[in-house]
Design a protein around this ligand. Sequence first.
Ligand SMILES: [Zn+2]
Length: 306
Amino acid sequence: MVRYAAIIALLTGLAACQQEAKVATATQAVFSTQNTNDTRIAKQVFGNISSPSSQPATPVGFYSKGCQSGAVQLPETGPTWQAMRLSRNRNWGQPQLVNFVQDLSRFAATQPGWNGLYFGDMSQPRGGPMLTGHASHQVGLDADIWLKPATNMSLTRQQREDISSDRMDRRDGAYVNANWTPQQEAIVRAAASDRRVARIFIFAGAKVEMCKNATGDRSWLNKVRPWYGHNYHFHVRLNCPPGSTTCAPQDPPPPGDGCADAQDWVNNIINPPPAQPRDPNAPKPVPKRELTMASLPGQCAVVAAN
Ligand SMILES: [Zn+2]
């Protein structure tokens, strides 16, 4: 019975994963198909462009299959933030994202022991798939934010390469550790309470902890979604900006605070369901294919060229 319940929980977890990647059915975004024969590997195109496109700012496509035009660069240093890993050149985003992270950093600076935020990857200058890491972060609406308290707001370029964030979990994401404080909770809560934000991804143990500690209005917990990794940083995903005709939104998270789902996720970490025996007749898994330019919205070929 316990085993059966665990398998059900695993299946529920898998369904939740797939949901994370589903494009909203209500998508009205209009994509051209002028690139149907473009076989170039998209990450090689976008991973080698170091400047934004000279076009009006807009996200194009979906968070994990798109690009961005007219991106703006988050300044390396602000009164309440530091962009980290500058060598990656991923401190670019839509103006809404750059404004959002600056706003959140000002809130973070009000927290005891924090002077602001350290920001990890946002997007490449024209978004798109990257040569290393990240399935999403393609349309200039995703940002990774370090969970380590930002104290030094005048880091050198080298320090921004060398310093690491702090790990916040134990037991592979099942629980928070002693680095996790009410300040991280306040910052995640502020982000999730912001109307511009669609979702936040963080390790399951942190979500369960926030579920335990949340007082008053719990509606913000709906946007906080458990995800693999995300134990040194959390990931903020903004909604499509109002009026964008080329931005494909994601279905909103299922209603409710999601706390029972997060607890299931934790239970599966602590007590993993038994591995399924491998079917010797099963077809070989198909290796994941690289996104080509043809698989992105046609407008992305224009973004790459301008
Ligand atoms: Zn991320």
